[in-house]
Design a binder for this molecule. Structure first.
Ligand SMILES: *Cc1c(COP(=O)(O)O)cnc(C)c1O
Length: 451
């Protein structure tokens, strides 16, 4: 579904975000999606129970760890917004990334990832995946398809990147990286958290799987942690069956079910295995209450993103001309080195996460963050409220300085997540903070300006 196209019902994006997956409750008539706060669901018969467990019946619920009617509405809606075949919700963005990849990788396998990804993702690959025998090669020059191709080995089973990188805002040439992955017979997994499907739908550009931290823009209110994995349903796990034992061999000896032969033609082999094996066995299920909050957020997604983008452009231009700013990193600036890829992939804007290097180094950065009032100093992005953080000492602090620099984080970098307030008030707040930094630096200087 592109901005001018529509879903199977003929609905456009703004309609899908309000209606997809939901209908009035058949027993009560409730119009808003109710919170089905239940752990389990009564089976109509022993046969009905058995049909659910053997995946003969995919439409009924059994236990909220593997499916819930409130969560299903959020999953269906996000799948349609991304133009995918199916979605599976998780308790957090971290668990969504983890299990999207563990559905493809096993011990001894290899992952290729952009080095310009969320700090928590870098840590997951470097430490946790390494502990269980999955190695990762990080690609630094993400705009060079040959760098991606050179990282791939015979054991590579997935390629991973962010559509808009965090925190520097580099924009991925999704098509070029998808072509490299597909030439090697592996799927491309894209973290689309910073862009949202309103700005880019990676599946339309060759990606096979999309993950989100719904904690951020999709929910939008900064009130609920969550994650989701969307599958396009088109990656061919049967082309080289020996590469994908999880999809072509039974889960346990003697079991008849095999995901690719049984469900591949319906485009649900990946998503069903994700739910019926990984969500069932690892158990990172989202609460129905958080799914309800996510649905409320999704209903206003495009309205919020339009305001986020408008504000971010205004503030990036303000920062670019400010004497206390050394450099602004925002793909949405006309002067950005990303401008060509923005034109190709992000015609509606480059999101609202931007970062900048402040004049005066680490001390100035610290004073600046503490001097803001309207901007909240916290570790999140994609909230309706504007947020600020110093990545080197917070989100990326679990990485070494070398690893930080590799992820694009310098000690003087300040990251802003621009909210949907009035941009004039945000600029007043930034102005006041810059003035306070000047005053602080002047008063602690050995060469006071008034002498
Ligand atoms: C926040 C974030 C995550 C992790 O999501 P949580 O919901 O915090 O677990 C993953 N990727 C990106 C790009 C993020 O911003």
């Amino acid at each position: 579904m592109t901005a001018h196209e529509h879903n199977a019902e003929g609905w456009h994006f703004d309609t899908v975000q309000v209606h997809a997956g939901a209908s009035p409750d058949p027993t009560t008539g409730a119009r808003a999606t109710p919170i089905f706060q239940t752990t389990s669901y009564v089976y109509e018969s022993s046969q009905a129970a058995s049909d659910i467990f053997t995946l003969q019946d995919l439409g009924s619920y059994s236990y909220t760890r593997t499916g819930n009617p409130t969560t299903s509405v959020a999953e269906q809606r996000i799948a349609e917004l991304e133009g995918g075949r199916a979605a599976v919700a998780f308790a957090s963005g971290q668990s969504a990334t983890t299990f999207a990849l563990l559905n493809l990788l096993r011990s001894g396998d290899h992952l290729v990832s952009s080095s310009n990804v969320y700090g928590g993702t870098t840590g997951l690959f470097l430490r946790r995946f390494a502990e269980i025998g999955i190695s990762t090669t990080f690609v630094d020059d993400i705009h060079d398809p040959e760098a991606w191709a050179a990282a791939i080995t015979p054991r590579t089973r997935a390629v991973f990147a962010e559509s808009i990188g965090n925190p520097l805002g580099s924009v991925l040439d999704i098509r070029a990286v998808a072509d490299v992955a597909h030439a090697a017979g592996v799927p491309l997994v894209i973290d689309n958290t910073l862009a949202t499907p309103y700005l880019v739908r990676p599946l339309e550009h060759g990606a096979d799987i999309v993950v989100h931290s719904t904690t951020k823009f999709l929910a939008g209110h900064g009130a609920a942690i969550g994650g989701v994995v969307v599958d396009n349903g088109t990656f061919d796990f049967g082309a080289e069956p020996e590469k994908w034992p999880g999809f072509n061999e039974p889960d346990q000896p003697g079991e008849a079910l095999r995901y690719w032969p049984d469900f591949g033609a319906r485009g649900i082999a990946y998503s069903l295995r994700l739910r019926a094996n990984l969500l069932r066995d690892y158990g990172a299920a989202v609460s129905p209450f958080n799914s309800f909050l996510l649905i409320l957020g999704l209903e206003t997604l495009s309205l919020r993103i339009r305001q986020h983008v408008q504000n971010a452009k205004t503030i990036a231009a303000y920062l670019e001309s400010h004497p206390q700013v050394e450099a602004v990193h925002y793909a949405g600036l006309p002067t950005s080195p990303e401008a060509e890829r923005v034109a190709a992939y992000l015609p509606n804007g480059a999101g609202s996460i931007l970062s900048f290097d402040i004049v005066g180094g680490l001390e100035a950065g610290r004073a600046f963050v503490e001097s803001l009032d309207l901007f909240s100093h916290l570790a999140n992005i994609g909230d309706v409220r504007s947020l600020v953080i110093h990545p080197a000492s917070t989100t990326h602090s679990q990485l070494s300085e070398a690893e930080q620099r590799r992820s694009g984080v310098s000690p003087t970098l300040i990251r802003l997540s621009i909210g949907i307030e009035d941009a004039r008030d945000l600029i007043t707040d930034l102005d006041t903070a810059f003035a306070r930094v000047n005053a602080t630096v002047a008063s602690t200087s050995h060469h006071p300006q008034h002498s």
